[in-house]
Design a protein. Sequence first.
Lengths: 111, 115
Amino acid sequence: GQQVMQIPQYQHVQEGEDFTTYCNSSTTLSNIQWYKQRPGGHPVFLIQLVKSGEVKKQKRLTFQFGEAKKNSSLHITATQTTDVGTYFCAGRLIGADGLTFGKGTHLIIQP
Amino acid sequence: DAGITQSPRHKVTETGTPVTLRCHQTENHRYMYWYRQDPGHGLRLIHYSYGVKDTDKGEVSDGYSVSRSKTEDFLLTLESATSSQTSVYFCAISESAGGGYNEQFFGPGTRLTVL
């Protein structure tokens, strides 16, 4: 079936280092969303990207959507302990009613 | 947080017993979803609903059924629970899907253990 692949599965960083997670789809997406899930919590929406080549920023977080609308990335600058959690991308395939989630990247921060 | 509640929050049951999980929303959103979350698999869609009495299958629908008789309630039923259905179940809602671009709001989750 259609898949949205996300790497890496785990990322250990020292506090203050940068972090990036990547999302790739085998087919073109109509849009892509990013969610964050804190340990023991539920996924919370961060942002949506719709346009080819779109870049959006939220404070230390930068989100990109590829030109072909098949890949996306989330970059966090100077990580803080509050960034700990799992980051999921979720793509909407063209014509589909639902989102296909990546398996997530677990961000572990060492103080 | 959006007005979404799930009940029960935790359940332990035995293989072969029926189980029903409830999702209740106060947002009047049209779309409701059931996901399961397992280590190494992320979030996988079980079933979703695009209106009262309108439901469709997701990626991992085998062994599950759903019903939506009111806008605010979406029920997930395991007719005969198996150990492979031990998981954390999340309900989500959104105003639209398909041609719309609305985010999904997730409930707090139900942790189900099937012994």
